[in-house]
Ligand binder design. Sequence first.
Ligand code: PGA
Length: 234
Amino acid sequence: MKYIIGNWKMNGSKTELDDMIATLADTKTQNRVVLCVPFTMLGTGGANVSIGAQDVSAHDHGAFTGEVSASMIAATGAKYVIVGHSERRAYHNETNDIVRAKAQMALDNGLCPIICVGETMDEKRAGKTFDVIQSAVRESVPADVQDDIIIAYEPRWAIGAGITPTRQEISDAHRVIAETLAYMGLDGTPILYGASVKANNVADIVSIDNVDGVLVGGASLKPQDFLPIIENAK
Ligand code: PGA
């Protein structure tokens, strides 16, 4: 079983989501499929697919105009929430501390946080990849985790770029994350790879050690792109 998690970002419509859910209902798979959709599209679901959000407030409730709390997301029936996606880190200045607070809120409300970590091109060029992802895991994962969490390794330079790291680069990054999680007493936590995953590279990517699934952006929007990814991830 592999996790295949789609991140629709700020794309799609309710009609397209209904269409995707209907298509997935007819698809037999051993994989666990999740669609993380904009807040306004939460409150739906179907056979063979769980629904998630793409962000959550670090606060419980109160005067935080525009924010959506974990309990509100959970009340829609959603089971997952992405936290610390690189676009949140880049455009909304989310630090590891903020990401950890958001992940804690998710856990407190019965949601599984999908915690994203990854290096920028500058950090990669400076040879800091392992340091960055190690400290992101240590600082973004809440203390005393008792429930399910998922880590997603997303090299920031490869997101939406149509390029993927080499097998060796993915393997090395996932090994570092697995070792860091084991050190924290969280062995067995699923570690997903994300950035430019497509139908034609997913089989190769999920065959790498310590890769438990994929987080898919652009190629999760249309059934004709997403279904072959689900089918090819074995
Ligand atoms: P991409 O996005 O698949 O379009 O590269 C991945 C992500 O941002 O989660």
